[in-house]
Every structure is written in C-alpha cells, then in structure tokens.
Design a protein around this ligand. Structure first.
Ligand code: GLN
Length: 426
C-alpha cells in the first residue's frame, strides 16, 4: 500500500452501513479535515494537527456509506504540479514509473491508479485534480465554483478552489460528485444550482449533435505527442456524431500570470494563521517575548521552500503601493478570461483542450525550475479563473508509455454536459 507513497496517514474511517457508496473505498486528500484523524496538508507545520471536526464532504461520504481508506499525499498546502514538495516525500506515478504523478492531488490520483482505492477526493485551485488525473491515466472533475462545500478544506486560495472527485471511469467520478455536490449552510459560497442534477446518469456517452469548441491558445506550445493524442480523441468524438470548430480566446495568454498573482496573494493571507500559536508547533525560541521572532522561527522551520516563495511574493503583491500594479491588474485579467469563456460557450456545448501541455515530468526534473512548473498549468488555471467546471479524461499514451489527458470545459453548473462528453471516451 505504501509502495507509491500515496498515503500520508492510512487510517480507515468507516461510513454508514448502507448508502450509494456502501461498497466503495474512497481516499481523501490530506487538506480536507477529518475529525480525530490528522490532517497535515503535506506540511511539517501540521505534522501532528488533528482536526476537531469533519469537513462537509466527509460527512456526506460517511452518510453515503463510503469507507475512507486514509489521507493522501500532496504538494505542501496544494502548491505544486508534481507532488514533490510534500514534507512526507514525493509520490511515484503508478501508471508511468520514474515520472511524477502530477499535483497537487498526486497521492489521490496515484492510489486510484494503483487500485489502492476505488475513488478519491482531490482539490483543484488551478488544476490539482485534473493534472494528476491526466498524468496517472484516470478521470478527474473540477466542479463549478460553488457546487461543492469548502467547509473544512484548509484554504490555499479560496476564490479559486473546489473539492473534486477522481476515479478510473467517468461514471464513478460522477457518482462521487452526486454525493458531495449541493449547498451547505456552513459555506456561503455554495449555490442551489446543480443540486438536483444527476451526474452519474449523465454518463451515457451520447455525443450526437454536440458542438465542441477548441481554443487554439491551449494547443500552442503543447508537446507534439500530446497534441496528437488530443486530435485522435476529437476524431473519435466526431465519429460518434460530435462536431468541432476552433476558437480564439486572446485573454488566455495572460491566465498563468493572473492566476499566480491571485493565488499567491490569497495564500499569503490564508497561511498567516500558521504561527505556532493558533496552528503549528509551539516555539521554543529564545525570543524573550518578541512575538515577531517567535512567529518567524516557527514559520522558518515549518514551511517548505515553495510555500515560503509564494508567501513572500503574495505579501509583496498586496503591499501598499503595489496592489494596483499587480493584484488589481490580475483581477481585471480574471474578468477578461471569464468573458472570453462565456462568449465561446455561446457557440459550443463544451470546449476541449489537452489537460496538460506536456506528458508527466521525470521525477526531480522541475524542482529547481519553478517557472517551468507554473507554465505547465497554462491549460488548467483559466478554468478556475472563470469559475467553470471541467473534466479530465484519459486520451491514450505517448510512445514512451506516459498517459495523456483531454479536458472538457463546460458552462457554469454544466457538469452534466462535460460528464456526458467525457463518458464517450472513458
Ligand atoms: N499547480 C497549481 C499551483 O501550484 C495548482 C495547484 C492546485 O490546484 N492546488 O498553484
């Protein structure tokens, strides 16, 4: 079970006797609170933190009869694309040994790909469900912002993230979505919309008459082998009665910059609570009552390099005098991305792109080069900026045997549409 280092804590939690997930083993990313079972966020800062309450999605899994297998490994606080920044060590990709499983929900995708769980929950702030699903050859859904409660999710960038399902097949991922979706009075950003939908029932593979838009910006610069698999999947959908057209979304060129500016700004604020007083290990520094020194000592020891980089950049971007220059501009770009998507979705039922522009990296390859890692998020982050739903579905492998994923993006609360199209392939 620990072969791929997919679990941080493999402690089962039993669910109700009966329910729609009664025979399912579900793994849960370790940034989702579980009462009595430690929740580390992949960070030394929270190595022994045990939440006193369950996240709403955990309550819903329990009621649905699921057996939770344990808490899965992840990039520290969800910041990464490879699951190599965890304080508990990197995760191996069971579908392509020697390569990364993707991130930041790499543990969740790996345990599903390895058969150590039937389904899993991940979280997607800028691609962290879809990227590991693509890299491990399984299915992942990033729900519309507001469809799934974030109560009990340890926040990285609240305005962008959603909890989402990972499973070997579209129908199974949709069954898990059926259980976790719907409004929650403890999360004021959740909506009524979509609560009555039947996602698993939508996995009927019927794509006759479906119009697919292909944003050309999301193919530019993508790896050749990935582009080849992408068009082969589109051909297959055409053979089943779908149509496609290409579409220009000029705002997408600024999406990665806008995403990282917003994500890092929100992170710098969210992570301020880890100070050794409210959360994190108590300090033993000889700070002689200087709380600044005491906080700094805990944060120096408890956070990894990538987390520190983001807190520094986010704090800088929000500082007096720079806010208009960086944060406000990023918000403008976010609004532009949203408008572009809304326009494109007037002419198409779904939009399609490769999930990731590259096949899974070799392990260790991107660690010393954060910028390369950020750019790999080019196709996933626009969806979070626009608050839309998207699914990643396997689209075969490269010649070297590395999994490739195709992503379908739908209109807000259009999960049934992306599930239907995805199910025509997997
Ligand atoms: N790779 C992106 C980041 O590092 C996405 C992470 C996520 O979705 N949690 O921010």
């Amino acid at each position: 079970m620990s072969e791929y280092n997919g679990y941080i804590t493999a402690e089962p939690i039993a669910g109700a006797e009966a329910g729609p997930l009664a025979s399912e083993r579900v793994a849960v990313k370790d940034n989702i609170s579980t009462a009595g079972v430690r929740t580390t966020c992949g960070s030394a800062m929270l190595e022994s933190y045990v939440p006193p309450y369950d996240a709403t999605v955990i309550e819903r899994l329990n009621e649905a009869g699921a057996t939770i297998t344990g808490k899965t490994n992840m990039d520290e606080f969800g910041m990464g694309t490879t699951t190599e920044t965890s304080a508990f060590g990197p995760v191996e990709n069971p579908a392509a040994l020697g390569r990364v499983p993707g991130g930041s929900s790499g543990g969740s995708a790996a345990v599903v790909a390895a058969g150590d769980a039937d389904m899993a929950l991940g979280t997607d702030t800028g691609g962290s469900v879809r990227c590991p699903a693509a890299f491990c050859g399984v299915v992942g859904i990033k729900p519309t912002y507001g469809l799934v409660s974030r109560h009990g999710l340890v926040a990285y960038a609240n305005s962008l993230e959603q909890i989402g399902p990972i499973a070997p097949a579209v129908e199974d991922a949709a069954r898990l979505l059926d259980v976790i979706a719907g409004p929650d009075e403890r999360d004021a950003t959740t909506r009524e919309a979509g609560a009555e939908s039947a996602y698993a029932a939508a996995a009927d593979g019927d794509v006759a008459g479906t119009e697919i838009g292909v944003p050309t910006q999301l193919l530019e610069g993508a790896d050749e082998a990935v582009v080849e698999r992408f068009w082969a999947a589109i051909d297959e959908l055409e053979a089943q009665g779908a149509d496609y057209h290409e579409v220009e979304l000029p705002s997408l060129e600024h999406a990665v910059e806008a995403y990282y500016m917003i994500a890092m700004s929100e992170a710098s604020s969210n992570l301020a609570r880890f100070d050794g007083v409210r959360y994190g290990p108590a300090t033993e520094s000889d700070s002689e009552g200087d709380w600044n020194d005491a906080f700094a000592a805990v944060r120096e020891a408890g956070f990894g390099e990538e987390v520190k980089r983001r807190i520094l950049l986010g704090t800088y971007a929000l500082s007096a005098g720079y806010q208009d220059k960086y944060y406000r501009k990023a918000q403008d770009a976010r609004a532009w991305v949203k408008r572009d998507f809304d326009e494109a979705l007037k002419e198409a039922d779904v939009l399609a792109s490769p999930t990731m522009p590259v096949p899974p990296f070799e392990r260790g390859e991107s660690l010393s080069d954060p910028l390369t890692m950020y750019l790999a998020d080019a196709n996933t982050v626009p969806v979070n900026l626009a608050n839309l739903p998207a699914i990643s579905v396997p689209a075969g492998e490269t010649d070297a045997g590395a999994p490739v994923g195709i992503q379908f993006i739908g209109p807000a609360f259009g999960e049934e549409q992306i599930v239907r199209v995805g199910s025509a392939l997997a």
